[in-house]
Design a protein. Sequence first.
Length: 328
Amino acid sequence: MRSRKQRSGKIYYYLDTGATPRKEVPLGPDYPAAVKKWAEMTVSKPPGELITFRHVAECYVRDVLHTKGAETQKDNLRELKRLYTFFDESKVALDSIEPLHIRQYLVFRISAKVRANREKALFSHIWNFARETGLTSKSNPCAGVKGHKETGRNVYIDDAIYSVVWEVAEPHLRDAMDLAYLTGQRPADVRKMSQSDIKGGAVSVLQNKGGKLLRVSVEGELASVIDRINAKKVVGMPLAAKEDGQRLTKAMLRGAFDRARIAAILAHPELAAQIKAFQFRDLRAKAGTDTEEIRGMAAAKDQLGHSSEIMTAQYVRHRRGKLVKPTK
């Protein structure tokens, strides 16, 4: 599937049929819908009675992938490319895949342990889909096969590091940083925040991951940030927008943040290591950590949209460490 940016800035998707001269079938501008159409048009037919991993995976893309969020779809398609290089190389039957082969795949991908674990998880989902749809009756070969050991990200961005990056940031990045920290939401959810989401004194957020609906009260510093955004010469519908009102894309946000980090390192070389370790996504963890310390774990859980305080504790406690009292 190919993508092409139009003069209007909108991205359209196309199916490359592989014909010579090149022939492309338009799939439209909506990514999830385009993926579904692409999958329906490209799913392979198994030769005879041989059902391969690729055939099942393509059926999964056609029937299941479009129900996931856009970012998850993109991740899954990248993961599938990796899985195909190993499980589709010799066109073996799906039922011939054993737990040993899953372990071999993890070794094959030893240079990217975290990604390998995600790819194994996708393989497992696809296998369960195959069982549900009658494409196999064999048990899942991923069962009992341990993935690579992962250590969770434990970076905590203190106020000083936040400030030195914020000071050199472009105006639209300052807005995005403040919105991310004060609402405690993920980058993708921050980018889609809109003026129309502000109702009844709160910003409504439908989280891309998990689909949980939250309302963040517009008060305190968040109210000041929104007032600052509304005072701009050009006010568009997006809250996180460039000076011309254009919504920030993922690439725009990444580029602005990279530029700000470089400028901050030049201004504060003594903080270079900490600034370099700062990623935009860390603002969500900073928000949860600070909220937990000020108002407790239940408040942090609600802000982040977690399903349990146990999940929130695992997410925030290892970042800064639990604040405790001295013996006396």
